[in-house]
Ligand binder design. Structure first.
Ligand SMILES: [Zn+2]
Length: 470
């Protein structure tokens, strides 16, 4: 494969779904930047049109990522040394050990491989919840946002669109001093953080295909005053993210130190507009479920990571029943398959309630369609993109499923999206396209082998540094 991705401006797909309707066949015309000039069921050009046996849907959006944690995927599936049990908090200790080895160039190598793998699984954009900011000793890098820059460089090289969310992380816990292993995350004051935020903004402004958002790590990691001050100090419309209510311990401590459950505290102390994205929101009582659904805020659910860490079940049925909006993220990257995230989300509910089809509320509902619509449209909101994917004037960011794959080719149009969600794996993906550029074709990214070799070397170096743990 060559170094530059293929770029084709006149295409005819077997069918295309823009989240509202199917075009079948779908003639797509692009301009030289890869933006959509037209999508129609009849050709609008005399130019030669390339026929492609694929079903197109908007690119998946990954609404929650910590890139560096990819280096831990698969390595923490055993009990920690000398322990009889393992939970979120012991996993977190291993993750902190990892976080305290990674240099900016290693961050870039990990993210290069991770973002390539995301593209291979059909993600075209990712929101990076980035808190690994500082030097190994906790001091600021000379270029304050050096680690963020490494992420921007990696995204630029792979072709994925990156929304960088520099994260405010102030303290160890509700009453805890900083754990020394958190030193690379910490901004002591709101001003320290805002300095980092505006440095990051400058880098984002210079980088194509990137956007800026922001976030606060969690209620336990910042004082209540700083949380309100920072969320109100940054530009109004950008995406604002926060981890919340992932673990029962956090709920108990929030009640103890803030006087309220975490979601209740957020609802009472912030004006939760549509650009707020609450990550996890696992442990809500029924009042919180309803109030959060009625607010304008979104939830980012990370089903494979939440399952892997033993967090608990998100109250999907009740949240959706009240009109709640959600997207998906891969968080620790134990899985990178968007359809697996959606299946986990549904199957968790099926097992919990001993009923089928958790996404559906009316007899005419189609689970795959509802799930994809939520994940794509609200995932785009989490990264600062419009709710009009695959429409005229928008960049052609798409995933192409193989229409010759047996189940997909046999599936009637009405069940096609469910067939994708419930039966597909990476072998069903023919291509991933960003700005009209074909970065992944037949499960291969154009830099696959070079990046993999580099990744293996970097991971060996990192593991050498932390070999006592693994
Ligand atoms: Zn997270």
């Amino acid at each position: 494969m060559h170094n530059q991705p293929d770029f084709r401006t006149n295409l005819c797909f077997e069918a295309l779904w823009d989240t509202k309707q199917w075009f079948e066949p779908a003639f797509v015309q692009l301009d030289s930047k890869g933006c959509i000039l037209s999508i129609s069921e009849e050709s609008k050009t005399q130019e030669p049109t390339e026929k492609i046996r694929g079903f197109v849907i908007p690119g998946h959006n990954n609404a929650h990522s910590h890139a560096f944690q990819y280096a831990l995927a698969g390595l923490a599936e055993h009990l920690p040394n000398h322990s009889a049990a393992d939970d979120f908090w012991s996993w977190r200790e291993a993750m902190y050990q990892l976080a305290n080895t990674i240099l900016p160039e290693e961050m870039e190598d990990i993210a290069l491989m991770l973002y390539t793998e995301m593209l291979r699984h059909g993600y075209t954009a990712v929101a990076e919840f980035h808190y690994l900011h500082h030097n190994l000793d906790g001091s600021a890098y000379e270029e304050k946002a050096a680690m963020g820059q490494a992420l921007l460089k990696a995204a630029g090289s792979t072709g994925i669109k990156l929304t960088l969310l520099p994260i405010f992380y102030q303290r160890g816990g509700f009453q805890d001093q900083m754990n020394p292993l958190q030193r690379r995350f910490i901004s002591q004051t709101a001003d320290d953080y805002l300095d980092l935020f505006y440095q990051t903004e400058k880098l984002v402004n210079k980088t194509a295909n990137s956007k800026l958002g922001m976030g606060i790590h969690s209620l336990r990691a910042a004082s209540p005053e700083s949380i309100c001050e920072i969320f109100e100090s940054v530009p109004l419309g950008i995406p604002k993210h926060i981890h919340v209510a992932e673990q029962q311990k956090e709920v108990v401590e929030a009640q103890q130190f803030l006087g309220h459950r975490p979601i209740t505290w957020l609802l009472q102390n912030l004006s939760l507009e549509g650009n707020y994205h609450l990550v996890h929101a696992t442990h809500m009582d029924s009042v919180e479920v309803e109030q959060l659904a009625h607010s304008k805020a979104h939830v980012v659910v990370c089903p494979s990571t939440e399952g892997n860490l033993g967090d608990g079940f998100f109250s999907l049925r009740a949240f959706m029943q009240s009109g709640g909006r959600w997207s998906i993220g891969t968080d620790s990257h134990i899985s990178l398959n968007p359809c697996e995230e959606l299946r986990w989300l549904d199957y968790g509910q099926r097992l919990r309630h001993q009923k089928r089809n958790a996404f559906c509320f009316e007899g005419s509902d189609e689970g795959g369609e509802i799930a994809l619509k939520q994940a794509i449209l609200h995932g785009r909101a989490a990264a600062g993109y419009s709710d009009q994917p695959l429409s005229v004037g928008e960049p052609f960011d798409a995933v192409v499923y193989d229409a010759s794959q047996p189940l997909l080719s046999a599936s009637p149009k009405s069940h096609r999206l469910s067939t994708i969600v419930y039966t597909s794996d990476i072998s069903s993906i023919m291509a991933t396209v960003v700005n009209g550029r074909w970065y992944v074709i037949n499960q291969q990214h154009l830099q696959q082998e070079k990046l993999r070799d580099n990744f293996i070397r970097t991971l060996a170096k990192i593991r050498h540094k932390i070999r006592k743990i693994f």
